[in-house]
Design a binder for this molecule. Structure first.
Ligand code: ATP
Ligand code: MG
Length: 491
């Protein structure tokens, strides 16, 4: 009789050894068949990822606490690339760079596992951008419209309202099905808490995922985090959802990668950044997009944020990102200090895709606004140098000032499309031209409240139609006349 020998399933694992360790970078020996991006596990239980090779040694970044790792510790190579859990359970949660929950609300059940460095959808999988994303910021929606699936950089000096613009964009997605992912990199944890509190008190939590990798996290963790956020978003995009991902901010991400590269003894290039920093960012930016119908029609829009020094957008990282995104919103420090908020520099900001898909009624109303505003700014500049202007120029400056007033907006107060249409319809009609400036300010502050109170159906109607028809125009005119009649009576 034949004897049956039961051989247990064999698992072949490669085990290496720590040769050197410093600041979260480990040089290891003993690996012979590992690949770039492969996951490894240290004896202490911490994970790491293979990031490069030298002759006879493998370079690993530690993803987590590196203090417990000692020279001579064993390292096990896992049979997988660095991947994270993704799924619906992540909505309303805050996670770290490996998508582990850090909000104390318990385990998250994964629907699937996605590689952190997933390949971007190919050209065949995509379709042209065909829908505008409503950001709730008047300047953006009218003059710098953004399309679903686009990448729009928010660039500016410190404290110029970059994060506020991003938060307004999230807040204005309130009554839509859009999923928002806020990836916080390299700043103080307390700022993240403030942002999440703000969003949760506005009721945004159910459709929000926070990826939080504060300054206290290692550079390796900071380096991974935007890719993690993109993978989390990609899951929803593949489910046919619209996703917005905010990277706040990629300057810190570039710093983290620079630190890793310097520790790995790679050659520093311009501004001491490694030569492949362009690839690192473009690899990320490519992952945004608009999927075709067969793949569920989902989209992923990116809003990377990047910091400039003294308004210099020709810096290495900002200019790289400008060249790999579809437009930029430039936040101007002097405008911010003059009180023009959001301090978006209309002259230097562009959107290369969204203008093609702007809502027809917003497109109608925005005609000529950019030019008149830029002419107004130029005239203001000349006024400082010369005196004695004609009455025509003085009148144009007055009109420009009204336009400027209309563009201003407090933070955390996104406008609905209806509100934007009403505002700029009034401006187009030149009803306010004859009024003193104070009355215009008053109108700006009061009119929406008045409409909501007395004519709530008008705002609802606009949201249902895409074109400003005669019937709507007539009801606007009626409401405006009523407002001025009542405000005169009050006086
Ligand atoms: P940092 O460089 O520190 O990240 P930031 O560019 O992200 O700064 P914010 O934190 O968004 O800037 O804003 C800086 C300050 O300006 C905040 O106190 C914020 O409340 C204020 N601010 C931003 N936008 C507006 C606005 N539209 N109206 C009024 N205040 C604003
Ligand atoms: Mg900020």
């Amino acid at each position: 009789m034949d004897t049956v020998i039961n051989i247990p399933a064999v698992e072949i694992r490669e085990i290496g050894k720590v040769k050197e360790t410093a600041y979260g970078i480990v040089k290891a020996e003993g690996f012979f068949s590992c690949i770039y991006g492969q996951l490894v596990e240290f004896e202490s239980g911490t994970n790491g990822m293979i990031l490069g090779f030298n002759r006879n040694e493998v370079l690993i970044i530690v993803l987590g606490d590196y203090h417990g790792i000692k020279v001579g510790d064993s390292i096990t190579a896992k049979d997988e690339l660095l991947s994270i859990p993704v799924g619906n359970g992540f909505l309303g949660r805050v996670v770290d760079c490996l998508a582990h929950p850090i909000d104390g609300k318990g385990r998250i059940v994964a629907d699937e596992y996605y590689s952190v460095f997933r390949r971007a959808p190919g050209i065949i999988d995509r379709k042209p951008i065909n829908e505008q994303i409503i950001t709730g910021i008047k300047i953006l929606d009218l003059l710098i419209p953004i399309g679903k699936g686009q990448r729009e950089l928010v660039v500016g000096d410190r404290q110029t309202g970059k994060t506020s613009v991003a938060l307004d964009i999230i807040l204005s997605q309130k009554d839509t099905d859009t999923i928002c992912i806020y990836c916080f990199i390299g700043s103080a944890y307390v700022n993240f808490r403030k942002i999440v509190n703000k969003l949760s008190s506005a009721g945004m939590l159910p459709s929000l995922i926070g990826v939080c990798v504060p300054a206290s996290a290692s550079s390796a963790e900071q380096f991974i985090s935007p890719y993690t956020a993109a993978s989390l978003g990609e899951y929803f995009m593949r489910q046919g959802k619209d996703v917005i991902v905010i990277f706040d901010d990629l300057t810190k991400h570039a710093w983290a990668y620079r630190q890793i590269s310097l520790l790995l003894n790679r050659f520093p290039g311009r501004e001491a950044y490694p030569g492949d920093i362009f690839f690192i960012h473009s690899q990320l930016m490519e992952r945004a997009g608009n999927l075709k119908e067969e793949l569920g029609n989902g989209s992923m829009t990116f809003f990377p944020i990047v910091e400039t020094l003294q308004g210099d957008i020709t810096g290495y990282i900002p200019s790289n990102l400008i060249s790999m995104t579809d437009g930029q919103v430039f936040m101007n420090t002097s405008l911010f200090h003059e009180g023009f908020k959001p301090a978006i520099d209309i002259g230097l900001s562009v959107s290369r895709l969204g203008a093609k898909v702007q809502l027809p009624m917003l497109k109608d109303l925005s005609k000529g606004l950019r030019l008149s505003y830029l002419q107004y700014r130029e005239m203001l500049r000349l006024m400082k140098l010369r005196t004695g202007f004609s009455t025509d120029i003085q009148e144009r400056i007055r009109q420009g000032k009204i336009l400027e007033e209309f563009f201003m907006q407090d933070n955390y107060c996104p406008f609905s499309v209806g509100q934007e249409v009403v505002f700029f319809y009034v401006l187009k009609k030149k009803i306010l031209a004859a009024l003193p400036y104070e009355a215009v300010t008053m109108f700006r502050k009061e009119f929406l409240g008045f409409l909501q109170e007395n004519y709530p159906e008008i705002l609802k109607k606009i949201e249902n139609v895409n074109v400003l028809n005669e019937e709507l125009k007539a009801s606007f005119d009626n409401a405006i006349v009523d407002y001025f009649r009542k405000s005169r009576k009050r006086k």
